[in-house]
Design a protein around this ligand. Sequence first.
Ligand code: NAD
Ligand SMILES: O=P(O)(O)OC[C@H]1O[C@H](O[C@H]2[C@H](O)[C@@H](O)[C@@H](O)O[C@@H]2CO)[C@H](O)[C@@H](O)[C@@H]1O
Ligand code: MN
Length: 446
Amino acid sequence: MNKKNAFSISIAGGGSTYTPEIILMLLENLDRFPIRKIIFYDNDYERQKLVADACEIILRERAPEIEFLSTTNPKDGFTDIDFVMAHIRVGKYEMREKDEKIPLEHGIVGQETCGPGGIAYGLRSITGVVELIDYMEEYSPNAWMLNYSNPASIVAEGVRVLRPDSKVLNICDMPIDIEERMAVIAGLESRKDMTVRYYGLNHFGWWDDIRDKDGNDLMPVIKKYVLENGYNLELLNKEVRLNDPDWLDTYRFAKEVYRLDTETLPTTYFKYYLFSDYAVKHTDKNYTRANQVMDGREKRVFDECSTIVEKNTAKETNLEIGVHASYIVDLARALAFNTHERMLLIVENKGAICGVDPTAMVEIPCIVGANGPEPLSIGEIPTFQRGLIQQQLAVEKLAVEAYVEESYQKLWQALTLSRTMGDADLAKVILDELIEANIDYWPNLK
Ligand SMILES: NC(=O)c1ccc[n+]([C@@H]2O[C@H](COP(=O)([O-])OP(=O)(O)OC[C@H]3O[C@@H](n4cnc5c(N)ncnc54)[C@H](O)[C@@H]3O)[C@@H](O)[C@H]2O)c1
Ligand SMILES: O=P(O)(O)OC[C@H]1O[C@H](O[C@H]2[C@H](O)[C@@H](O)[C@@H](O)O[C@@H]2CO)[C@H](O)[C@@H](O)[C@@H]1O
Ligand SMILES: [Mn+2]
């Protein structure tokens, strides 16, 4: 990594709906994190072009000194790079829609990262992410990859098994988003005014200690609010997802999840694992989240990019910065400037959570410096959490073993073991439909 000068960034998945907000975030943070070059890399030229053309205009207007390139050529995309920020969606929304609709057709949870759909997505993502790692190591061997391509748990396990020595950090912004909500509930300016203890797998974790900087326990005040409202902030007039009923429901539903264990505060995705009947009943199997995103975020972002390109200016753009982006800048800074910031990352357990497989890829607080993350010890956890983690971990490990060994049997076991699934025969029916749908993406299972 070139520490003396400004940094060079490759955004892999340049055509992502999140790319413009990442660019805006990087621009807003240039004083903390100087940049000399930004490259967009994607394997879909058409999709990336519109986003790239709009971002080129944004960059020209706000930071003309930054060199910009967009490409579908791996050598150009990964040469002379300090950080790869990766957010690819292998199979795009077309395949997300199938991941969601195939299980739902059989009365089983159909979700981007949970249950059979999440496993299907995992088997597609591993190939794409490993390919990016190989490009990075070939053309910029000292670079770090900050990866948030989903499903992060399965991707992290796949990378641990297939590229154990790679400089890849897997991250998620779900806990960040919830912590911002907790800070509002506790009357604080920002989540950075809190120190948290959190443990679990990605999209499958709990907070068991939250304090302000003076060490005061914030759990009681947050729990009191969550018991009635979940993480929905409408009561405080701070809700930012007013146009997004699905997310509002998910944040609100956290109160039901909380009631199941009032010692900890949960992440939202337990709605799908622990209350699957509710989740299925409240999903329209003909118009799932993939359809909502295609008609919502994707349309909004691409329409706005078109407007910028047509007007040849982004001075009045309504594109916004999200929490999704800010977290990656903090992480890149921690690595580049050895800040030793405390951050939640997905890392190998190695004893941090007692009673959980040492090779599990767990999401826990780490101190991040130039050498990468140093995980903090969590210690003993309650039986309820340990039981759930072990079961979900087995699902993720079996999915990766199935991918590596091309094993139909192990993938059937993975689907059967998912808490979202009941019956092994039904798991097999869903698996067979997923195999057919993923013919262009999955290994040939025997
Ligand atoms: N970790 C998190 O908390 C978090 C939060 C939000 C989104 N995400 C993830 O970010 C990713 C992007 O989400 P999105 O909704 O913007 O998707 P999107 O479909 O809009 O963008 C993904 C891009 O990846 C490209 N792509 C697909 N396969 C590729 C490959 N093999 N090589 C290079 N490019 C490839 C596509 O062409 C597309 O342009 C998804 O994986 C999503 O799940 C993660
Ligand atoms: O259904 P989608 O595509 O809108 O969201 C799926 C993603 O949801 C989480 O990310 C949220 C994030 O928590 C929130 O802060 C904000 O940035 O929006 C994101 C997406 O809407 C989750 O952490 C991701 O892994 C999912 O991909
Ligand atoms: Mn996530």
